[in-house]
Design a protein. Structure first.
Length: 260
């Protein structure tokens, strides 16, 4: 089964509205099912199963797809569309974000399923999925203080759109953290609370908050009157981060924030 190449649909990004476009091509959707590998390099690029496309990169979220006429629509956080130059039982050719044609061939190798399971990618600059505990004892203003920090992983996903090696927009998914900090002067509690990234929303751009991770909170310095913690908000897939000072008054436990 093949599809004919017709004029690309006028809808930009989102799935076409049903009242002014053809019905979804279910035969094309059946044809695209399976494992697809790069025609030249032979590496597996994607798997279409049901109404979802999966990628071998564990950070790339599965994405729901539709096919209308000669266009493949992907419903990621930033919906995108790709013109299909050819779709048959064994060949898939589409135009990527850069205007290049990507040519894939279908594989019957069932062992390829293992590429989509239990893949882990190291992320060096943000804390992901790891419970971290730190204890520190130090002197400040003649007092012996005890600070405790715990980074708690959550199941809350933060999506960061990026373009993969094949020029296709994909969502990389990361997990946010909740960070608990406590500061004591002997048995006297100075501060003991959880921080979430929304607590720092006033100090960073809104669009940044939506796509960043509260990676960590560390102790920066202490004086006779204050202890300064630093919250690190990092943007996945980049080395950009905001550092927000959490300044705790040792006497009364009051907190103020600032950005250097």
């Amino acid at each position: 089964m093949g599809i004919s190449v017709i004029a690309i649909l006028a809808s930009c990004g989102n799935t076409p509205e049903k009242n002014n476009t053809p019905s979804e091509d279910l035969e094309a959707k059946r044809t695209i099912q399976g494992f697809w590998v790069d025609e030249l390099e032979g590496n597996c690029v994607l798997r279409a199963k049901g109404d979802t496309i999966f990628y071998t990169d564990s950070l790339s979220e599965p994405v729901k797809f539709h096919i209308y006429a000669d266009t493949l629509y992907l419903e990621s956080s930033h919906p995108s569309k790709y013109k299909l130059n050819k779709l048959s039982e064994h060949i898939l050719r589409f135009v990527n974000n850069d205007g290049d044609e990507i040519s894939l061939v279908k594989s019957d190798d069932k062992n390829l399923v293992s590429l989509f399971e239990n893949i882990k990618k190291s992320i060096d600059h943000i804390n992901q999925g790891e419970l971290i505990k730190r204890d520190s004892v130090f002197s400040a203003g003649g007092k012996r203080l005890h600070a405790y920090i715990q980074v708690n992983p959550t199941t809350f996903k933060v999506y960061h759109p990026t373009v993969n090696d094949d020029g296709v927009t994909v969502d990389h998914a990361y997990f946010d953290n909740i960070v608990h900090i406590a500061l004591y002067d002997g048995a006297r509690k100075i501060i003991n609370r959880d921080y979430r990234k929304k607590d720092f929303a006033a100090y960073v751009p809104k669009e940044y908050i939506d796509h960043c991770i509260l990676s960590d909170i560390i102790i920066e310095k202490s004086t006779a009157d204050e202890v300064t913690f630093v919250a690190i908000l990092s943007t996945p897939d980049t080395y950009t981060s905001y550092h927000i000072n959490i300044i705790v008054n040792i006497t009364d436990g009051s907190v103020k924030m600032s950005v250097d």
